[in-house]
Design a protein around this ligand. Structure first.
Ligand code: WTA
Length: 653
């Protein structure tokens, strides 16, 4: 939890009601309407979800809303058959909607492509047939490691179309991370590209994949998409018999590929995320519940209208991109902007130029990006016309009130509601959020639960308290269905508290006198760096691989732009005890190799000892106190109190 944020939100008392003009036009325009729908979603869930599901197309209707007989392994919409790609693409690719832009893509160098729903339909069918021609069938797992190009969306939807399970790997992960995920999911194929642009450099994805899949017997093919805006591929080596150029294979297949009819509980995708142990977990989401919940949240939270141009700046490699670049908005028939590159390429006015150029009306980003823009300076906004914006969103970490106010004034021109949306990879969609036409917002609060969500704040004993652990009382349609290959971990991580009656997300929160929820951050060993979840145990296990390292403890500390940064305390063996810059560089390189550049700590401190309890447990709480310059908490359980002084001296050096 970031202490700074807790302090600033505790002082926050400003209230921003939605503008009357906004409420008048919104899908839901009054608190009474929200309360009645929320009540109904909890008290008459069958009727509530029946109405929602009638807004999508099913191949066969469901007969039972939810089966909790094997709690916490829930099943939703039993008996129903559908296809997520059908609802996202096919049903808009006929009639008046067919020529509407589905994806408006902009590459970092400035090249653009627009895919109408009809184009997307055609591309997805061709991609799906290509997958089939390479032996991919329903139930197979396909890893996708692509830059933010339209084919990323097409590849994901093509998997959904034929019932293959997509496992998207963010293109900042290292070869080792690819290998872990490919082996864990037993993926038969990796889809990658010859390159993508990031801050003026070409990402060499193919050679990272080559290294990652080496020795992975499960891999039959590597399918390589050409980012061919420049007429030719970036040079990359193709391995005979294994590697296939997408454009060559696609030229050989039929244009027509029907959607497979899937059971509501068939697996739609795996997405790996960090937890409190060293090994990332494959979060499982299924077709029915995930489709419905992302459809409904996108509709109401972003108040999507036919004329909106919607831009979520996340990468499809994270859950936000899955739910709110692809499935949520596309099922609503929205026009979605997709941008390949960095926010400051070629300079920090880039995002605002995109908003102006494409007349973006709904904009969804992360607090870390907002803080980066604040730091770069307001002059980068001066030339951009942001008048098309009508609604702003935030996700990924608690937003500090200062960033909220800047976003509200500078980007929203004081007129756009801000929806601060709390959710997780595991929840599939947004659980706690304002509704833009309804909820008076307070800077830093995610406010109230969405439909079907029954949120509580509990202490360890399960009593309702005003500050404690966030808990969700009953399942909602898009709750994770488990951790791939590890049902026990699913149970232990999320259902071990409160007699298994509540889902435990791992966040701390408080509730104010108006009943608003303020999520303040993780209470487990997960750190949120620039909105990316990193398990401290994951880093610790990387450090101890190094022969000079005996032990390490990694903690999260407040960071001005990233929200949280990582500080590593590293205990060295024998002769290397003092450490050196070379060793520091080696450890950073190891993190880069095992996880990816984005997981590198801010600081690595070499230490002769770590504060431990008499039973040998590292007292991370004290390390955090040292790193944040706080008065030290209770030190009576410390085995050797002198350790603290030497660490303090080192830290402030
Ligand atoms: C944090 C990202 C406060 C939280 C969608 C959660 C937030 C973790 C918010 C999930 C928010 C996300 N306010 N905290 N609006 N949104 N978080 O799985 O700690 O990458 O548990 O999903 O991000 O991160 P994940």
């Amino acid at each position: 939890m970031t202490i700074e944020n807790i302090e600033s939100v505790l002082k926050e008392s400003r209230l921003f009601p939605p503008p009357a003009e906004f409420s008048a036009e919104a899908h839901i325009g009054s608190m009474e309407a929200y309360k009645e729908m929320h009540r109904r979603s909890l008290e008459e869930p069958e009727a509530f979800w029946r109405e929602v599901s009638d807004e999508l197309e099913w191949f066969e209707d469901w007969h039972t809303l939810v089966d909790d007989s094997e709690k916490p392994f829930f099943k939703w919409f039993l008996g129903g058959r559908l296809n997520a790609c059908h609802n996202a693409v096919d049903r808009h690719a006929v009639g008046a909607m067919a020529n509407k832009a589905a994806i408006v893509w902009e590459g970092e160098p400035g090249d653009t492509r627009v895919l109408t729903y009809r184009d997307l339909h055609r591309e997805v069918q061709r991609f799906a047939n290509t997958l089939k021609s390479l032996g991919i069938q329903k139930g197979d797992t396909v890893a996708i490691y692509l830059p933010m190009i339209p084919e990323l969306a097409v590849a994901v939807l093509a998997c959904a179309r034929i019932g293959a399970v997509h496992s998207v790997i963010f293109a900042g992960f290292s070869a080792d991370s690819i290998r872990d995920r490919v082996l864990d999911a037993k993926s038969k194929m990796v889809i990658t590209g010859d390159g993508g642009w990031r801050r003026g450099k070409v990402l060499d994805l193919k050679s990272i994949v080559d290294e990652g899949v080496e020795g992975c017997d499960c891999i039959e093919h590597v399918l390589v998409v050409r980012r061919d805006e420049f007429g030719e591929a970036f040079p990359c080596e193709m391995k005979d018999g294994r590697d296939v150029w997408y454009h060559e294979a696609a030229a050989e297949v039929d244009a027509f590929c029907p959607c497979v009819s899937l059971d509501s509980e068939d697996l739609l995708f795996l997405l790996y995320t960090s937890g409190s142990t060293g090994k990332p977990k494959g979060i499982m989401h299924t077709v029915g519940g995930y489709s419905l919940y992302t459809y409904l949240t996108a509709k109401y939270v972003f108040d999507l209208k036919p004329e909106d141009v919607y831009w979520c700046t996340a990468d499809v490699g994270w859950i936000t991109g899955h739910s709110y670049i692809l499935y949520g908005p596309l099922q609503n028939g929205a026009t979605v902007v997709m941008y390949e590159g960095a926010p400051n390429a070629p300079d920090p006015s880039r995002f605002w130029k995109i908003v102006e150029k494409h007349r973006v009306s709904v904009f969804y980003t992360a607090p870390t990006a907002i803080r980066a823009f604040m730091k770069w300076g307001d002059e980068w906004l001066e030339d951009a016309d942001l008048g098309s914006l009508r609604l702003l969103g935030s996700v990924g970490e608690p937003i500090n009130p200062e960033a909220w106010m800047w976003y509200h004034e500078k980007i929203g021109g004081g007129r756009c509601p801000i929806v601060d949306t709390w959710w997780q990879t595991e929840t599939g969609g947004i659980l706690i959020t304002p509704l833009p036409g309804v909820t008076p917002t307070k800077p830093g609060s995610a406010t109230l639960p969405f439909f079907g969500v029954d949120a509580a704040i509990l202490n360890a004993a399960g009593e309702e308290v005003s500050a404690g652990l966030l808990a969700i009382r009953r399942p909602w349609p898009s709750i994770l269905r488990g951790v791939w290959g590890d049902p026990e971990r699913y149970q232990k991580t999320y259902w071990c508290n409160w007699d298994g009656e509540f889902y435990f997300p791992g966040d701390g929160a408080r509730r104010d006198d108006d009943g608003y929820i303020w999520v303040v951050g993780r209470v487990d060993d997960v750190v949120n760096v620039s909105g990316h979840r990193i398990g401290t145990a994951e880093l610790e296990s990387v450090f101890v691989e190094h022969p000079s390292v005996a032990e390490s403890a990694v903690i999260g500390v407040p960071h001005e732009v990233k929200g949280q940064g990582l500080v590593a305390f590293v205990l060295l063996r024998g002769k290397d005890a003092e450490g050196s810059d070379e060793l520091r560089a080696e450890l950073n390189a190891l993190v880069e190799k095992r996880i990816g550049k984005f997981a590198r700590p801010e600081r690595i401190l070499f230490s002769a000892d770590l504060p431990k309890t008499r039973s040998g447990k590292i007292m991370r709480r004290l390390l955090r106190d040292i790193a944040t310059g706080q008065a030290l908490g209770n030190v009576t359980t410390l085995a050797d109190p002198s350790v603290i002084d030497s660490l303090k001296a080192k830290y402030t050096d």
